[in-house]
Design a protein around this ligand. Sequence first.
Ligand SMILES: CC(C)(COP(=O)(O)OP(=O)(O)OC[C@H]1O[C@@H](n2cnc3c(N)ncnc32)[C@H](O)[C@@H]1OP(=O)(O)O)[C@@H](O)C(=O)NCCC(=O)NCCS
Length: 163
Amino acid sequence: MEFRAKTVAESRVETVHIIRPTDLNDAGRLFGGVLMQWIDEVAALVAKRHSQMNVTTASVDNLRFLQGAFQRDVIVIIGRVTHVGNTSMEVKVETYVEHTNGKRDLINRAFLTEIGLGDDNRPAILPRLILETEEDRKEWERAEMRRNLRAKQRKEGFHFYGE
Ligand SMILES: CC(C)(COP(=O)(O)OP(=O)(O)OC[C@H]1O[C@@H](n2cnc3c(N)ncnc32)[C@H](O)[C@@H]1OP(=O)(O)O)[C@@H](O)C(=O)NCCC(=O)NCCS
């Protein structure tokens, strides 16, 4: 295994889908569950590229559906690492509809926490993230705020309210 710090660009992933009839819900729009699968796959691939380990998804936050998408729409999904902790990485995944003229409309944004797994299948220490640009540094700062919020919510048992 190659264990070295990597830039954000090195693990960036972009996938493209064309919406087919089997991807639609009863209202003729892209089924949210299908999009969630695509998003989860992109996040896992980003995390695998960064860590060069097996990974698992610990959480999905702020998954916001901003606009619908329809049959034959071209969907572009872009994932990038925003933060690396000890054993967890935050991956930001943005989904667009790409029009024939090349213009892209953002339809979904999500933040996933991916955990690197060692040979014992337990969380393992990850390679550091090299922040090259001002944008990388801004993303890191925002991600750190979300990471602290998640930790606070876990500590307070927030996720179990309502059970
Ligand atoms: C995610 C999982 C590996 C964490 O195991 P754990 O024993 O709680 O691990 P730890 O407490 O040592 O935490 C490991 C890291 O995960 C992070 N983490 C744990 N639970 C988290 C959550 N709910 N959300 C975000 N991050 C989380 C911790 O902050 C820590 O990050 P750090 O090392 O960068 O500081 C474990 O809960 C698991 O296997 N869950 C199932 C995952 C899965 O199957 N996903 C697919 C869903 S179908």
